[in-house]
Design a protein around this ligand. Structure first.
Ligand SMILES: [Zn+2]
Length: 349
């Protein structure tokens, strides 16, 4: 934490948190589908979905466990058929990101959710990538894509997905690993990650969300990931905490997701503050914002209110988000200057 940062009046903290420029590094684009867009796409593509109307579907978003979430998640994804559908979904998210002062985002996508329904990887990637290009030009938001393998499927399936995606290698910057964690340790994907590493792709993986610290160790040592998605269970292992801090390995933490999926009993019990105070490069992100109760700023504001984070933590979280991102150093520097300008405005006012 930078000791030279001036304080900001406590009553201006929520406003500061909203205003700070920040990067979002853990957001599944399929998890940004709002009920209104699901119905619009269902109508456009003449897809039947098992919900009578937007209101019924929105009520179903109050799911009670992981399976009820996954049921809705897959029903929602079933309306995505054409390149334009993927564009529209990404564009809706990117506009919300801009409104939250997200200046850079690295969006996850799950090709296997779509190829399993007969939608080609090319359709998925082309639609998402076109939205990323337009976001840079029209919204001033830089955006890139990270292809995620579903860990409940086989490594063979992941290899097949990679093969189908490789002709579009210039449109995504890395690979990740998501879906049900427990029972599917990182080492299950050792070979496909080694191949992706040879290809020069960035590597990330979900680990230590519900799974044990051992999964974080193997994500680092076997998969050789550059940052860990979630990783909140690391606090149970002091040696792991020390390594994460010393090697500055970022954690992309998602507080409202952790709350909804009962990783913590309530937001006040979340460990984000202790991760930051231990010197980890922790960040705050929205995960599946349409399903977990909020986009980027909603995650920040609610977490600050519940856990007692202060203005210096806000600066640190935003700085961490740029450090943890896969953008080039000069661009990182430019974002840091913007961050310091906005912070200074609040400290003086
Ligand atoms: Zn996630």
């Amino acid at each position: 934490m930078s000791p030279s940062l001036p304080p900001v009046a406590a009553d201006r903290l929520p406003e500061l948190v909203r205003a700070l420029p920040k990067a979002e590094l853990h957001m599944h684009i399929e998890g940004s589908l709002e009920p209104e867009l699901i119905f619009a796409l269902a109508q456009r593509n003449k897809v039947e979905i098992p919900y009578a109307d937007v209101e019924t579907l929105r009520h179903a978003y109050a799911f009670t466990n992981l399976q009820s979430f996954l049921d809705i998640y897959y029903a929602g994804a079933s309306v995505l058929i054409t390149e334009q559908d993927f564009y529209d979904m990404a564009w809706a998210y990117l506009k919300r990101a801009q409104a939250d002062n997200v200046v850079h985002t690295e969006m996850f996508f799950d090709p296997q959710t779509h190829t399993a329904r007969g939608v080609p990887v090319k359709t998925v990637i082309d639609g998402l990538h076109r939205a990323c290009v337009d976001a840079g030009r029209q919204l001033g938001v830089s955006a890139s894509l990270i292809l995620c393998f579903l860990r409940h499927l086989s490594e063979e399936d992941a290899f097949a997905t990679l093969e189908e995606a490789l002709p579009h290698r210039d449109k995504f910057i890395g690979v990740g690993l998501d879906s049900s964690e427990v029972g599917h340790p990182p080492e299950k994907f050792a070979r496909v990650f080694a191949r992706c590493r040879e290809l020069g792709l960035h590597l990330v993986a979900h680990a230590g969300e519900e799974g044990p610290p051992a999964y974080v160790w193997s994500a680092l040592d076997v998969l050789k990931v550059e940052r860990v998605d979630h990783g909140v269970q690391s606090s149970k292992d002091p040696a792991l905490m020390q390594r994460l801090a010393e090697e500055r390995i970022p954690l992309t933490v998602c507080p409202l997701s952790n709350l909804k999926l009962c990783v913590f009993p309530d937001l006040a019990a979340h460990n984000i503050k202790s991760l930051l105070d231990a010197g980890l490069v922790a960040t705050i992100n929205s995960d599946d914002p349409a399903y977990f109760g909020g986009y980027m700023n909603e995650n920040w504001v609610q977490t600050f209110a519940a856990t007692g984070l202060d203005a210096r933590h806000a600066w640190q979280l935003a700085a961490n988000s740029f450090e943890a991102s896969f953008i080039e150093p000069p661009q990182k520097q430019a974002y840091m200057e913007r961050l310091n300008e906005v912070y200074a405005r609040f400290a003086a006012g």
